[in-house]
Design a protein around this ligand. Structure first.
Ligand code: NAD
Ligand code: IPM
Length: 361
């Protein structure tokens, strides 16, 4: 059982530092409550502001810190007014996903009793599914290398057997874990556009091959357009969904909207050797520097990190602390007394984070 874990911290741009600081403090206090594990944190400079200052968006020294760490905590990176010459934004989080082969973008969507949602959920209904977004290829394959002439622009979608097989194995393993903990009945849905594109027929074929190895887990398919509809009409029907990079990027923001906003949407980008934990939202420059950002998505991402490390290194106390931290956020959200502006409240970032710690202690 491993005891000390090195965490690389990318505090990023905009609201990044404001939500990183209380999250790291909570993690330090949690670890300090037991002898089961210790966490050390190392800052890794990167992002749009760093690029504007130094010309490097993801310096090699920060990549080294990431590679040598046990897990990576990242807030958000990018600023709309800082761009490369080709007109696209600085997005080191994508570079990290590609460099560390973090193929599984895990984006949970949960709506618990008491949580505000734009959905008109039937009484007693809760929502609990996980969207897995492939995060290294798909339509992001030619990112930064698309061909643009005066009259045409082209980007290429790439689906590989190597990554797809790893992705589908990950999805079925996750469905098994969820089923074994009683959290779900055990189902994986492949979300694609196999009615139109050969690439997605190929994607689906590999999904079916993996599904055949797991007779204990139900498997089905859904087209991405219908999935957007069903996520609104009957989101409780989903358990684990797995999809291509761009489809997952878009559907995960829809999922965040169902949960009441980006401020409650955590994520993890997981590979075979590394993992990055970061909220789904961006750097929110419109509210940066005001102590007004919602820290919950970042704290929930930190809870996912504890869970991942605990399972990977056989440390049950870390897994339990991950659950405690997630439940503390759920308690604060369900009570509704201390919420940030995005959730209809007036609390500051600091007050919201303190409330989570209060619910834990
Ligand atoms: N994973 C990432 O690092 C990531 C994700 C999305 C966008 N971005 C980058 O962030 C910048 C801003 O992008 P955007 O405006 O499209 O998306 P955004 O997620 O930053 O903001 C969208 C809206 O949600 C609000 N919001 C987001 N997070 C919030 C929080 N924690 N608390 C309260 N409100 C919150 C913002 O104030 C804004 O109104 C861009 O440079 C973009 O490229 C980064
Ligand atoms: C900001 C952007 C580069 C990023 C992505 O496309 O992956 C974001 O939308 C996300 O969902 O993490």
């Amino acid at each position: 059982m491993k005891h000390t874990f090195d965490i690389a911290v990318f505090e990023g741009d905009g609201i990044g530092p404001e939500i990183t600081q209380p999250t790291v403090e909570i993690l330090q206090k949690l670890a300090g409550q037991s002898d089961a594990y210790e966490l050390t944190f190392k800052d890794a400079p990167a992002g749009a502001a760093h690029y504007a200052k130094t010309g490097a968006s993801l310096p090699e020294a920060s990549m080294d810190i990431a590679r040598q760490s046990d897990a990576i905590l990242l807030s958000a990176m990018g600023l709309p007014n800082v761009r490369y010459d080709d007109g696209t934004e600085i997005s080191p989080q994508i570079d990290l996903r590609k460099a560390l082969v973090l193929f599984a973008g895990v984006r949970p969507v949960t709506i618990k009793a008491g949580q505000t949602t734009p959905l008109n959920l039937p009484a007693g209904r809760e929502v609990d599914f996980v969207l897995i977004r492939e995060s290294t290829e798909g339509l992001f394959h030619t990112q930064g290398r698309g061909e643009v002439t005066k009259d045409e622009a082209r980007e290429t979608l790439l689906i590989t057997r190597d990554i797809s097989e790893k992705l589908f194995k990950f999805a079925f393993d996750l469905a098994k874990t969820r089923k074994s903990t009683g959290r779900s009945p055990g189902k994986v849905t492949c979300v694609d556009k196999a009615n139109v594109f050969r690439a997605f027929a190929f994607f689906r074929e590999m999904f079916d091959a993996e599904a055949a190895k797991h007779p204990d887990i139900a498997a089905d398919h859904a087209y991405v357009d219908a999935t957007a509809l069903w996520m609104v009409q009957k989101p409780w029907d989903f358990d684990v969904m797995v999809t291509e990079n761009m489809f997952g990027d878009i559907l995960s923001d829809l999922g965040a909207g169902l949960m009441g906003g980006l401020g409650l949407a955590p994520s993890a980008d997981i590979g075979l050797d590394h993992a990055v934990f970061q909220p789904c939202h961006g750097s929110a420059p419109d509210i940066a520097g005001q102590n007004a950002a919602n820290p919950m998505a970042m704290i929930l991402s930190a809870a996912m990190m504890l869970d991942w490390l605990g399972l990977r290194y056989d440390n049950p106390v870390m897994v339990a602390d991950g659950v405690r931290l997630r439940e503390a956020v759920e308690t604060v959200v369900a009570k509704g007394a201390i919420l940030t502006r995005d959730l209809g409240g007036t609390a500051s970032t600091t007050q919201a984070a303190d409330a989570v710690w209060g619910a834990l202690a």
